[in-house]
Design a protein around this ligand. Structure first.
Ligand code: DON
Length: 584
């Protein structure tokens, strides 16, 4: 007994030494900093903050804030998000949950009329659709607990972009055109985002002085400048004057939550991803566990797509049934993430025949927006962050005098059990509206940690986020390049509607015919989807690569440590103040 006890640590020490010799010793630190984001000006903002002596976490603050200015249709300080962090010095991994919460006056049936029917667009347009924002609190939290620079330095590029303006691009115009009617409903939103009630012309320099003032106040006084004081007062007054239900208590009580990320194991890799209130990590875990039981090896393309679609169907069925904010509802986490459960769920997959979703689970009667960026700094700190205001331009509402565009994330709740939201997702009581509860998300910032390579990835795309991340991580495990990971054709199944959705040219006619023969409904989409941003660090060579999805306008950069820049223990800054020369 005694000797057994004595031997255990010796044995584990031996294993540790072996692992160390095999992996860590061979790992080369990244010789570069890298950022991939959905907008070139946001990538540049992050690089400038790294240049100013910041680490990946400071850069994440800068990129998040810059995206809030130049990509207002995707994310913003009136929205929320998840920041997955890895600190190199001690390996600490955490998910900073800055997801919106339902206002305290919210209730389960708030989007239903007197007959119990859903009031069309009530959870999408206008301030009643807005959850209490989490981005300002999350940025202050990340800066304080993980960053190296004060907020006024990391927010400087965003403030300049808001004050001096940025040139309107084609994506902005398309998104503003898509949401034109709703934007015109809010005088402050029209003034901020339109010109003469129309999408601004290409190249128009869009200035947002109110947003610059609010960002400056946050830079000076921290998150409290947003959640208390004049900005908060104006937001609450503006929301209530236009049919919303926010109170000052909602803003005062908002708190960021640090959550333990979900970790799955797949073919010798550690997959680190978002935990509840995102469904991403759990659904990914379930699918990866099913894949361990039914490997893809040796399958032709049609059989591979069939198997994955069947697993996606089963993962999304459980999402609809069980998942919600675990601070409010009991979610059977251990069961859902166990291998035994996944094997049982996958046991009725027929290799030759689609299983109708209605057989997988009875839908129960009970009841190129959003954004992702990836960062790696030369110390090995990593960030994968997915942020959102939900629908393009969120609720299309700006509270006068704040410049803050509000989200419409309330639509991510199940506003009525069994009724689909804007992304076709259904939910149950677990994701019903309750005061202060966080709405279930699909945002899935992810690290793929293998023996030879670490990949940082994520994407927007509503309900399709999880399947995009799944396909991306399978490619990463297969050792494909980041260019391949972000660009390869995509397909998706989300349980309901019961069909495989396929990007243009992603599958050949023969493969589609085979899937139809197996009983799948296949819907060929007219447009591509997603906007993935990925970085890979080859642990053997130290080589870094980064890529932005070619479907959109994002930019990735890999910046080697140059003579002028040293590691932060002897921080060297460039001669001129980089922040003040930004975007002139
Ligand atoms: O949190 C979620 O899952 C959604 N609000 C994300 C929305 C989104 O990705 C829209 N992008 N196309």
């Amino acid at each position: 007994m005694r000797s057994a006890r004595y031997k255990a640590p010796t044995w584990s020490l031996f294993v540790f030494c072996l692992l160390f010799a095999a992996g860590v010793v061979a790992a080369r630190p990244p010789a570069s900093d890298a950022i991939a984001s959905a907008h070139p000006l946001a990538t540049e903002a992050g690089l400038l903050v790294l240049e100013a002596g910041g680490n990946a976490f400071d850069a994440a603050v800068a990129v998040s804030a810059a995206l809030a200015v130049v990509e207002p249709y995707s994310s913003g300080i009136g929205g929320g998000g998840f920041w997955l962090l890895h600190r190199a010095s001690d390996g600490h991994q955490v998910m900073v949950d800055g997801r919106e919460r339902a206002p305290l006056a919210a209730h389960r049936d708030m989007y239903l009329d007197e007959h119990g029917d859903v009031v069309s667009r009530a959870s999408i347009d206008g301030p009643l659709a807005a959850g209490i924002p989490g981005v300002p609190a999350a940025l202050a939290h990340i800066a304080q607990h993980y960053g190296r620079l004060p907020l006024d330095v990391s927010l400087a590029p965003a403030i300049i972009l808001a004050r001096d303006g940025f040139p309107v691009d084609a994506v902005y115009r398309r998104m503003a055109g898509f949401r034109l009617a709703a934007l015109r409903q809010s005088a402050a939103a029209s003034a901020q985002f339109l010109v003469g009630g129309e999408p601004p012309p290409l190249g128009h320099r869009l200035q947002q002085p109110d947003l610059a003032d609010t960002l400056e106040a946050i830079a000076r006084d921290g998150a409290q400048a947003f959640y208390t004081g004049e900005v908060a007062r104006r937001m609450v007054a503006g929301v209530r004057a236009h049919g919303g239900i926010w109170s000052s208590r909602d803003l005062q009580q908002y708190r960021v939550v640090e959550r333990v990320p979900v970790v799955a194991r797949y073919r010798g890799h550690r997959i680190v991803s978002a935990s509840l209130p995102s469904s991403g990590g759990l659904v990914l875990t379930q699918i990866l566990n099913m894949l361990e039981a039914h490997p893809l090896d040796g399958l032709n393309r049609a059989d591979r797509v069939h198997l994955l679609a069947e697993m996606m169907r089963r993962g999304y069925a459980d999402r609809a049934r069980y998942l919600g904010d675990s601070d409010f509802v009991r979610v059977p986490l251990a069961r859902l993430s166990s291998r035994v459960y996944a094997r049982r769920k996958a046991s009725d997959i027929d290799p030759d025949q689609a299983t109708p979703s209605a057989v997988v689970a009875e839908p129960r009667a009970e009841g190129q927006d959003t954004t992702h960026f990836s960062i790696l700094d030369h110390e090995g700190n990593r960030v994968a962050a997915t942020l959102s205001v939900n629908y393009p331009f969120g609720a299309c509402f700006v509270a006068p005098g704040t410049g803050v565009l509000l989200n419409d994330e309330m639509d991510d709740f199940s506003v009525k059990p069994g009724v689909a939201n804007a992304y076709g997702l259904v939910g149950s009581q677990a994701n019903a509206i309750e005061p202060g509860k966080r709405m279930l998300s699909s945002m899935s910032p992810t690290f793929v940690e293998g023996p030879d390579r670490i990949t940082i990835l994520g994407t927007p795309g509503g309900s399709r986020i999880i399947t995009m991340v799944l396909l991306g991580l399978l490619d990463a495990v297969d050792g494909r390049s980041v260019e391949d990971i972000v660009s390869r054709g995509r397909f998706h199944h989300q349980f309901l509607p019961d069909r495989i959705e396929v990007e243009p040219d992603a599958l050949s006619d023969e493969v589609i015919a085979e899937l139809q023969f197996k009983g799948h409904q296949v819907r060929q989409l007219n447009d591509p989807y997603g906007n993935m941003q990925a970085i890979a660090w080859d642990l053997r060579s130290g080589r870094i690569s980064a890529a932005s999805d070619p479907r959109a306008i994002g930019a990735s950069a890999v910046v080697p440590l140059s003579a002028g820049r040293t590691r932060p223990d002897g921080v060297a800054r460039s001669a001129s103040d980089p922040v003040s020369t930004f975007v002139r």
